[in-house]
Ligand binder design. Sequence first.
Ligand code: SAM
Length: 255
Amino acid sequence: MTPDSLAHVSTQRVDEWRDIDKVAYAYHLAQWLEQKQSTKHFSEFVSGLCAESDLVVDLGCGAGAATYYLSQRHAATRFLGIDYSDALVALAGHFALERQATNLSFVEGDWFNLAPRADVDGVVSLQTLSWLPGFEQPLDAIFSRLNPRWIALTSLFYDGDISCKIEVNEHVRNRSSFYNIYSIPSVARHVAKYGYRITRQQPFAIDIDIPRPANRDAMGTYTVLSRESAGAPETRLQISGPLLMNWHLLVIERI
Ligand SMILES: C[S@@+](CC[C@H](N)C(=O)[O-])C[C@H]1O[C@@H](n2cnc3c(N)ncnc32)[C@H](O)[C@@H]1O
């Protein structure tokens, strides 16, 4: 996809994903070799919805590791991964072919300019919505172009009525990206206008410790044990670079 074809999305980043640098390649390959805890958790969260769907679209599928993981758990469901990075789509296709996956395919596409389809039951999107300039336009595109019965998201959300616009600049990698945190009540108000509602929401409580990466100049999640007060149970905070990562999972369903 050329930068020109994204010209209508003035604030959408195009260079952050277009070229896969060494850090990005290592990240995507590692996911195919060993699924992330968050993907396993998401898979459990959407298991019932995927099982009762014929076609599930994964928007912003990256190199496809999570789409593949879901497709392996639902052999009777077809999965279509869409990403605007041709390099990542090619990588996804290559890895899927190597594993002879049959209920899985990948195409290049722009979430902001989706080709209309009438056969989509569900849409999933993992760790992508917060990396877009906002949530409204991407959700509107899903409703108007795909009209799915359900949408399941994992991204950075806050359960109070506060949203944060965050831009991360990794100066050494020469890379800029959004890490937006969206207020769940504001998402609920928005989807209601289209006849949808949030039917499930939960924070992603990670159950493993992740050490702090040695490279302090690249974003990368690690965990820190914390408790709200003496005697309260310990939980793990997820941190990436200078940011607290408010991972949540949401299901939005047509009323
Ligand atoms: C943080 S990655 C997440 C990848 C994958 N879902 C995962 O969980 O590993 C965000 C992905 O969104 C894709 N993306 C960003 N903007 C997009 C757009 N407008 N249309 C389609 N994909 C987009 C990027 O190319 C990138 O692969």
